[in-house]
Design a binder for this molecule. Structure first.
Ligand SMILES: *[C@@H]1O[C@H](CO)[C@@H](O)[C@H](O)[C@H]1NC(C)=O
Ligand SMILES: [Cu+2]
Length: 224
């Protein structure tokens, strides 16, 4: 009986993994929208999440360790940019933006260096209700003061819609070449994996039970 139940559970999970969810697959700089996966590393797991806190796939998703087939795009520090997903993000949880400077060419960079976070899209609380920024597009500005160079630009949707189950990370990385920047060293920085802990309040939060405040996981937000 147990065998049949777990087989059914495994099958339904497999179906959900392929057909459900969402994936960030397109980048815009300013009003210029580029082709799907032109400047984003193509992942190899459809639109499924990463769920291991210790996996290198947390950096740029499954299949995203190499940028060999990704074209790096020029951007000016301070530019607005947008990540677009295939379908609107529909799992409650925060969306965060990170960058990591490549030691050389970003095409060859696996994301094993230092990451800083520069934006969180968190919940807003009003009248005892939380509302999450669940959308198809997320727009922010590249920090004006960061050093010129080639970077991974990473978006992360942390799905905590299912309290008690393992949260899910939906991540994608773009490759950008920054000019017109400054000389500030972004801080604090973290390694990925390592930046997120099973004990983080924002990771274990129950969004359906007495949910009145929220701390987005990860390092403090860097701003110029
Ligand atoms: C990045 O921009 C600099 C300055 O314009 C340029 O010299 C360099 O070739 C660019 N690198 C890439 C990978 O586009
Ligand atoms: Cu899902």
């Amino acid at each position: 009986m147990k065998g049949i139940c777990s087989l059914v559970a495994a099958l339904s999970l497999a179906v959900t993994e392929v057909s459900g969810h969402y994936i960030f697959q397109q980048l815009s700089i300013g009003s210029k929208k580029f082709a799907v996966y032109e400047h984003l590393r193509k992942n190899a797991n459809y639109n499924s999440p990463v769920t291991s806190l210790s996996s290198n796939d947390l950096r740029c998703n499954v299949g995203g360790a190499s940028g060999a087939s990704t074209v790096t795009v020029d951007a000016t520090a301070g530019d607005a940019f947008t990540f677009t997903s295939d379908v609107a993000v529909y799992h409650q949880g925060p969306i965060s933006l990170y960058m990591s400077k490549a030691p050389g060419s970003v095409n060859d960079y696996d994301g094993s260096g230092e990451w800083f976070k520069f934006f969180d899209f968190g919940p807003t609380f009003s009248g005892g209700q939380a509302s999450w920024p669940l959308r198809t597009t997320y727009t922010a500005n590249i920090p004006k003061c960061i050093p010129n160079g080639e970077y991974l630009l990473r978006i992360q949707s942390l799905a905590i819609h299912n309290p008690g189950s393992t949260p899910q990370f939906y991540v994608s990385c773009a490759q950008v070449n920054i000019t017109g920047g400054g000389s500030k060293t972004p801080s604090p920085t973290v390694k990925i994996p390592g930046a997120f802990k099973a004990t983080d309040p924002g990771y274990t939060a129950n969004i359906y039970n007495n949910f009145k405040s929220y701390t987005v996981p990860g390092p403090a937000v860097f701003s110029c």
